[in-house]
Design a protein. Structure first.
Length: 434
């Protein structure tokens, strides 16, 4: 009898451990969403174009930037999630309460302008991606705009969130494309771990664009707002942190494979100018095959639709929270009319902008990515001021290393932007060359 008891104890312990693992896994799945979706939407058409250009123009040499930007992205996204869970308020709400309506209005206005460029870039991505399959932008863009409008306006938070998570998983078409391109993995790993620096303005522009497309101002506002709308509080915060970390790692792993795919094909063949992200998909075909090209294009269309739904939503959150209007997709149109009308106008405006004949879409997309990098230090300033106020965050303020990473990111972005301006300013009064 005693022997039976002893032999059954390990079985009971194993069952208890399995039950605990199952409970934690279910708890994590219930929290999964805001961090994972926000980070993955960051790989939008503008981001895909920037990563594709980095690989096509500089090969593997810019891969090293993904390591520090991933660390910075995790720290900054975690700050936004923590503020949302602790305060129950969005970032725009907190800025308005702590810094006043004027500062909020100026910040929201600048962000809205940059976001509109981003929104136009998302619909440009739909046009480019469907163009690979021979579909006219005059059909693809209106249909895409109607689709994302119906999903968000007619949907509710939980079903919409599940759909967005499902769409986020389609990003894994990019690693498959990269493997089909047969890259030099040894060289790619070397250039990822060993930084390389160049002082020319085009290289600096690409670095600013890479950081600007990886860590964007809108992400912080959307993540914090979605944390609040999901109802995440201090009790669920530890699981939410893992949601954020997982999302940040996945999005930069996808970015890595986009750079690698283009470095292994376009750069290896002598480089080339990429006018839009669809050019990268088309350029893959001779080197990696039609399947790799199609997968790249499918990833682009998916990213465009996902971002076209989220970015106008983020902008509507920003403006409504900052000005004190009701906001949230859990509310009906009649309960938050300004929020939904803003969302509608942004969808219509962004889609309509892309349909203008002979519009230089490449310049619009690249401008939006660089504008993100320029605006980021100002958003980080507000975030760091807020998250270090014990009156607001209590015992959940930043520790020293989080402050170091966040402030360093802001300083680096200011320095890179200043270097970019210095290198691109025309030389005035310089003596003529002999």
């Amino acid at each position: 009898m005693r022997g039976d008891l002893h032999s059954s104890r390990p079985l009971v312990r194993r069952r208890a451990n399995l039950s605990l693992v199952k409970y934690r896994l279910l708890a994590f799945v219930s929290i999964l969403g805001p961090g994972f979706i926000t980070a993955n939407v960051d790989n939008d058409p503008g981001g895909i174009l920037t990563y594709s250009q980095a690989g096509a123009k500089y090969g593997y040499t810019l891969l090293w930037t993904l390591i520090p930007t991933t660390i910075a992205l995790i720290v900054i996204q975690e700050m936004a999630a923590r503020m949302g869970a602790v305060t129950g308020k969005g970032l725009s709400d907190l800025i308005r309460e702590e810094f006043g309506l004027r500062a909020t209005f100026i910040t929201m206005s600048i962000l809205a302008i940059a976001d509109f460029g981003n929104i136009a870039a998302e619909f440009a991505g739909i046009a480019s991606g469907m163009g690979v399959f021979g579909v006219s932008k005059y059909l693809a863009v209106p249909v895409g705009a109607a689709l994302v409008w119906i999903v968000i306006v007619k949907g509710r938070y939980k079903p919409v969130e599940r759909m967005l998570i499902l769409f986020s998983l389609i990003y894994f078409t990019y690693p498959v494309s990269a493997f089909l391109a047969k890259p030099d993995w040894k060289l790619a790993l070397h250039d990822t771990l060993i930084p390389q620096f160049h002082g020319d303005s085009q290289y600096l522009l690409m670095v600013v664009g890479l950081v600007g497309t990886t860590i964007t101002p809108w992400m912080q506002f959307y993540l914090q707002a979605s944390i609040v709308e999901k109802g995440v509080d201090k009790r669920h915060y530890s699981l939410t942190r893992w949601d954020v970390i997982l999302g940040c790692i996945v999005t930069d792993v996808i970015a890595f494979f986009i750079v690698v795919a283009c470095a292994a094909t376009i750069y290896k063949a002598g480089g080339g100018e990429i006018k839009d992200a669809a050019d990268a998909a088309t350029a893959l075909k001779p080197f990696a095959g039609q399947f790799a090209s199609a997968l790249f294009a499918v990833g682009l269309v998916n990213a465009s639709l996902l971002a076209a739904a989220i970015l106008p939503l983020a902008t509507a959150y920003n403006i409504c929270e900052g000005l004190g209007f009701e906001a949230g997709i859990e509310r009906r149109f009649s309960e938050a009319p300004i929020f939904y009308w803003l969302y509608t106008l942004l969808i219509v405006g962004g889609a309509g902008f892309v349909l203008i004949p002979r519009l230089p879409l490449l310049k619009v997309i690249l401008f939006s990515q660089v504008a993100n990098g320029v605006l980021l230090p100002f958003v980080l300033f507000y975030m760091l001021m807020l998250i270090n106020r014990k009156r607001i965050m209590q015992e959940f303020t930043n520790n020293w290393w989080q402050n170091v990473v966040a402030w360093s990111t802001a300083v680096v972005m200011v320095a890179l932007t200043a270097g970019l301006v210095w290198n691109t300013l025309p030389t005035v009064g310089a003596p003529p060359l002999p």
